[in-house]
Design a protein around this ligand. Structure first.
Ligand SMILES: NC(=O)C1=CN([C@@H]2O[C@H](COP(=O)(O)OP(=O)(O)OC[C@H]3O[C@@H](n4cnc5c(N)ncnc54)[C@H](O)[C@@H]3O)[C@@H](O)[C@H]2O)C=CC1
Ligand SMILES: CC(C)CC(=O)C(=O)O
Ligand SMILES: [Mg+2]
Length: 353
């Protein structure tokens, strides 16, 4: 499979709008991507209908043949998956996690930056600029569990967290490399090693071993419960955070809430080796409560497009999108709310101009 480099002139993109507001926000992401791309880069998109409609029509979530097709692209842009008409977990496990695992998206990258003029529920305007490196293929999300005596008052359910030395080390190494490359060079490991001693000690031991190779990186460990305090009371203390799949999922919704809201939180599911296409998506879900009303903020998807471009080597274009978002957010205060479409249009105009 070929992946796009700065020198190749076709960007082959798999587009998965998915469910709920996924449809609405992905349309804006594509608008802005089109405006941002240099004229000599041809965007070739192929839309895939994964999600609730496909599931109801065929019973399928993601087949081997689908994976073969998706593999042919340079990258994937996803809106969100999940719909109240489908039992909880069917699409989340059967599509989203299956895809992340199949394409070995083990680095789930989730930056949080409070941009100037953006409202935060926190007092003052703290300097928030950190990135969470969430492990993406292990932990309690592997489906390693079961239920016995289902439906009875004696039902027992397990959901076992899988943590391999290989899987932990590669994501810890990724986080150290990112911390080393940032000005503050700080890395926090977040876990719960006072209680989850088997997994927690594996994470802590690997973290400490790799830390010895990065003497310039200042490290700290904190339990996840305490981390939720500091994310609210001292978010400026964080630079890079590394954590497991479940803790990373939870703290990145919290991180979004304190740094501009869930509508602006972007993410990348990265396959660092490039063996498989990486996938970019907003941190949020399909938001059935506001779907179809034009209320969804497409900024998270647009910033995910910037991550996608940066991943493919288009730094200048990614920077233009980030600047456009920054200017758009700074202009919002005191103005009437705009529709999803209007925000997308405004961002595309800024990027093109
Ligand atoms: N990556 C994915 O595809 C994800 C899928 N989901 C799925 O999405 C469905 C809904 O999940 P929820 O727990 O409700 O989480 P959610 O993230 O969809 O919504 C949580 C809250 O945030 C608001 N919100 C989300 N995105 C927004 C946006 N762009 N602009 C403005 N407000 C926004 C919603 O209106 C809601 O009040 C479920 O089926 C869930 O499994 C959840 C998270 C990630
Ligand atoms: C729906 C889950 C599988 C994923 C999720 O909430 C996330 O990745 O943030
Ligand atoms: Mg989540």
């Amino acid at each position: 499979m070929l992946h796009m480099s700065v020198s190749s002139r076709i960007l082959s993109l798999a587009v998965i709008p998915g469910d709920g507001i996924g449809q609405e926000v992905v349309a804006q992401g594509l608008k802005v991507l089109t405006a941002a791309l240099p004229q000599d880069v041809k965007l070739e998109t192929k839309e895939y209908d994964f999600g609730a409609r496909r599931y109801h029509a065929t019973g399928e979530t993601l087949t081997d043949a689908d994976l073969e097709q998706l593999k042919q692209h340079d990258a994937i842009l996803l809106g969100a998956i999940g719909d109240p008409s489908v039992p909880s977990g069917v699409l989340e496990r059967g599509f989203l996690l299956k895809l992340r695992f199949a394409f070995d998206h083990h680095v789930n990258l989730r930056p949080s930056k409070l941009l100037p003029g953006v409202e935060t529920p926190l007092a003052g305007q703290p300097e928030i600029d950190f990135v969470v490196v969430r492990e993406g293929t292990e932990g309690p999300y592997t489906g390693n569990g079961g239920t016995i005596r289902k439906g009875t008052e004696h039902e027992v359910a397990t959901e076992v967290s899988v943590n391999t030395a290989f899987g932990v080390e590669r994501v810890v190494r990724d986080a150290f490399a990112r911390a080393q490359a940032r000005p503050r060079k700080k890395l926090a490991l977040i876990h719960k090693n006072n209680v989850l001693t088997f997994a927690g000690h594996l994470w802590t031991n690997v973290f400490n071993r790799v830390a010895a190779e990065y003497p310039e990186v200042t490290t700290e460990y904190m339990h996840v419960d305490a981390a939720t305090i500091y994310l609210v009371t001292q978010p400026e203390r964080f630079d890079v955070i590394v954590t497991d799949n479940l803790f990373g999922d939870i703290i990145t919704d919290l991180a979004a809430a304190v740094s501009g809201g869930i509508g602006v939180a972007a993410s990348g599911n990265i396959n660092p080796s490039g063996e498989f296409p990486s996938m970019f998506e907003p941190v949020h879900g399909s938001a059935p409560d506001i779907a179809g009303q034009g209320k969804a903020d497409p900024t998270a998807t647009v910033l995910s497009v910037a991550l996608l471009l940066r991943h493919l080597g288009h730094d200048a274009e990614a920077g233009r999108i980030e600047d456009a978002v920054s200017a758009d957010l700074a202009d919002r205060a005191g103005r009437p709310a705009r529709t999803t479409d209007e925000i997308g249009d405004a961002l595309a105009v800024r990027v093109a101009g």
